[in-house]
Design a protein around this ligand. Structure first.
Ligand code: T1G
Length: 683
């Protein structure tokens, strides 16, 4: 865990606590012993703190949260660093995050390698820094630079950290140990900079207290519904308004309140859920992975092009196949435009863009796919077309290669049956835009080999996707749970609820938009045809009247030139006509009923997915809905949210609405049993 090395007059305290040097109890104990040893040793003039392995301390040990605290308290340990009369230098590589950066802030100096990143991501766990980060950071870098780091939670690189004064020197990559000791020797005997006693950098906010309200306004809707970011702003404000110790007390009070709250429990659940999702239950140890050195993609449309970018950005060559030159050229041009946009935003260097584009091999012939290790089809969502494509692929692509379908709901087993290699077939369901959305549903067929599945899961990490294993069922996990919500939304507006009320209930809950706003965005005419339209549903009538969504300036809403939607009187009239036809008088429907009718059936469907073994664990379902459909992060996902409000409440609500949910609804036995036993989905 913690060792010390004497290097002349410098004591080096080294942590070795894989995988991320989390500041667990033993590490805190070791740091305490190390700094006390340095203080007691007259031959020691300076102290360097560094970590072995991939990174400097990446934060407190999140697995300790919610358990009885074990001493020594992190604050106590790092105060000893700050109070040391001998200079203490933090030597940073990897990611100095959370408590790790707080350790560094309590040191007198910080040196870092160029590749290091420094941040306070606690807000992403529904917390705020709890070991002085909100009080020391503004004193070291100023409020303007501290606010985005504490409230946004994103790390900055060593160069930026040096610019704002967080890092005193950027040292050579790979020479951190020796250059940190050399730096320590340089500062021996100099006056010690003590972060907590600095007030010069707070001056900008003392003069202009509006900085906090201005920051809130800048952040706008991004923070809507979250508790931690507001607490973070209040903690930084306390650093400006209160003496250090009082500010520390304020930070502690805000921290403890968040730690005990539902939002932090939800966000900590998600942290581990996203990591658990990548694991395959009962995977044999040492299951071989298939090397994926070349990927083939069928279809250069929106999906195919977006999928291709994931591999190109990871440095994996892509052979991109289309039937004709024009769509192939268009596809390549779109990829180039997307990369140009990333380069303009500075999120990718021009060299990286060039390297990515150089990895594309455009082609019109299936034969070009023969030596690919993985081929993904992203052709039209039609079973006959998919079957034809897989028959051809099976004949052309080398044995041992994986054949994947990007289908969003078709039966992967049926597709696999068209090949002589069903063991090498699976679904890779990307979400549009495929180069941006991180979720990937990996659909395992009945015959998919463990090694093929394990390869897909490992590859997903390489292309920076959050992968979740799904079984073969209609809509897999995400779309299968979306269906009951869409069904209830359509029924609610024919019972008297307004589309804009239905949408508002979901946006108030924390979704970015509701079902009718989503429909207008996607376009109401997907799968609709003028010839076949018979004015039999609200959607058909809207499309017949050219109200096809945002793209036509009107759908369920009327849109202004900034695509801001307002309720439409014409739509109300169309719906009223269908209500009259139904023979059932409209009724006022309150927000609570709308919420229960939309979300409880989703939880029920999630329970069925679990009882059918279509998902490996309840937290996987949370990961799908958070990362693929905008379920509000601060509730932890549908299954964690159900646990939080209580499964018995869900069952009671579903039974109360049974008549309205109709014959197509049946209560999940797993849900009913868990509710009866006072159980939870997530442990
Ligand atoms: N505590 C416990 N385990 C952690 C951990 C942590 N802080 N960080 C990572 N792990 C585990 C993780 O669960 C996984 O386990 C393994 O390490 C590899 O992680 C007082 C209160 C550092 C950028 O929020 O952002 O400090 O699945 O797969 O992709 O104010 O881990 O292998 O069993 O993510 O290389 C603040 C969280 C804590 C940082 C590395 N710190 N970690 O990414 O590996 S709160 C954070 C990360 C705090 C103080 C407050 C990333 C990483 P397993 P990984 P990676």
């Amino acid at each position: 865990m913690i060792t010390t090395e004497r290097q002349g007059n410098v004591l080096v305290i080294v942590s070795n606590n894989p995988p991320v040097n989390a500041l667990g109890q033993k590490v805190r104990q070791g740091l305490l012993a190390g700094i006390e040893a340095a203080a007691a040793d007259a031959s020691i003039d300076a102290v360097v703190i560094r970590c072995d392995g991939t990174t400097f301390f990446a934060g407190a040990d999140i697995t300790e949260f919610g358990k009885p605290p074990m001493g020594p308290d992190l604050n106590k340990v790092i105060n000893l660093f700050e109070d040391s009369r001998k200079p203490v230098i933090a030597a940073i590589h990897g990611t100095a995050l959370g408590g790790g950066l707080e350790v560094a802030l309590a040191c007198h100096y910080r040196v870092a390698v160029p590749s290091a990143r420094l941040g306070l991501p606690e807000v992403k766990l529904g917390l705020i820094p709890g070991a002085g980060g909100t009080q020391r950071l503004p004193r070291v870098v100023g409020v303007a630079a501290a606010l985005p780091m504490v409230v946004g939670g994103d790390p900055i690189n060593a160069k930026k950290a040096a610019e704002i004064g967080l890092v005193d020197r950027v040292v050579s990559e790979g020479k951190l140990p020796e250059e940190a000791v050399a730096f320590a020797r340089e500062v021996v005997g100099k006056p010690l900079p003590v972060s907590s006693r600095r007030t010069d950098r707070l001056a900008d906010a003392v003069k202009d207290p509006a900085v906090f309200d201005n920051f809130r306004r800048e952040q706008g809707r991004k923070l809507r519904g979250f508790e931690a970011p507001e607490a973070a702003i209040q903690a930084v404000k306390a650093a400006v308004e209160l003496p250090f110790d009082a500010g520390m007390a304020r930070e502690r009070e805000l921290f403890l309140k968040l730690m005990a709250g539902d939002q932090s429990k939800a966000q900590r659940h998600l942290f581990f859920a996203e990591r658990a999702a990548n694991k395959i239950e009962n995977l044999g140890p040492g299951t071989p992975l298939i090397p994926i050195n070349k990927v083939g993609i069928l279809g250069a449309g929106t999906m195919g092009g977006g999928i291709a970018m994931n591999f190109l950005s990871a440095g994996i060559p892509v052979t991109l196949l289309e039937r004709e030159q024009a769509p192939l050229d268009r596809g390549i041009a779109t990829i180039a435009k997307n990369y140009e946009r990333l380069a303009q935003r500075g999120s990718l260097t021009p060299e990286k863009v060039e390297a990515a584009m150089a990895l594309i091999t455009p082609t019109l012939s299936f034969e070009s796919l023969a030596d690919c290790d993985l081929v993904i089809e992203a052709v039209f969502e039609n079973m006959d077309i998919k079957k034809e494509v897989f028959t051809k692929l099976d004949a052309v692509v080398k044995q041992g290669a994986i054949l994947a379908s990007n289908t969003s709901y078709l039966n992967v087993d049926e597709i696999a049956a068209m090949t002589k290699r069903p063991e090498f077939v699976l679904g890779l369901h990307f979400f549009s835009p495929a180069n941006i959305m991180r979720l990937l549903e990996v659909v395992r067929g009945a015959k998919t080999l463990q090694s093929v599945l394990a390869t897909a899961m490992a590859l997903s990490r390489k292309i920076n996707k959050i992968a979740v294993v799904s079984g073969v069922c209609y809509g897999f996990i995400g779309n299968r749970m979306l269906s009951p919500r869409q069904r209830e939304a359509q029924k609610l507006i024919l019972e008297g609820a307004k589309p804009w009320d239905v949408d508002r209930v979901l946006t108030d809950f924390g979704f970015p938009m509701g079902p009718f706003q989503m429909a207008d965005l996607a376009g109401l005419d997907i799968g609709w045809s003028k010839e076949a339209s018979k004015s039999s549903t609200v959607r058909e009538v809207l499309c017949e009247r050219d109200r096809r969504g945002q793209k036509t300036g009107k759908g369920f809403y009327d849109y202004d030139e900034n695509r801001r939607g307002t309720p439409s009187a014409e739509v109300e009239e169309i719906i009223a006509g269908f209500i009259v036809q139904s023979g059932k008088p409209p009724r006022a429907i309150d927000d609570q009923e709308i919420l229960e009718r939309l979300l409880y059936p989703m939880v029920n469907e999630g329970a069925k997915i679990l009882e059918e073994g279509m998902a490996q664990r309840a937290s996987d379902i949370d990961v799908v809905w958070i990362n693929g459909y905008g379920w509000p992060v601060f509730t932890g996902g549908p299954m964690f949210w159900a646990d939080t409000i209580g499964l018995a409440k869900i069952v009671e609500g579903l039974k109360r609405h049974a008549a309205l949910l109709g014959p197509e609804f049946s209560l999940s036995k797993l849900l009913e049993d868990k509710a009866a036993q006072g159980g939870r989905f997530n442990g």
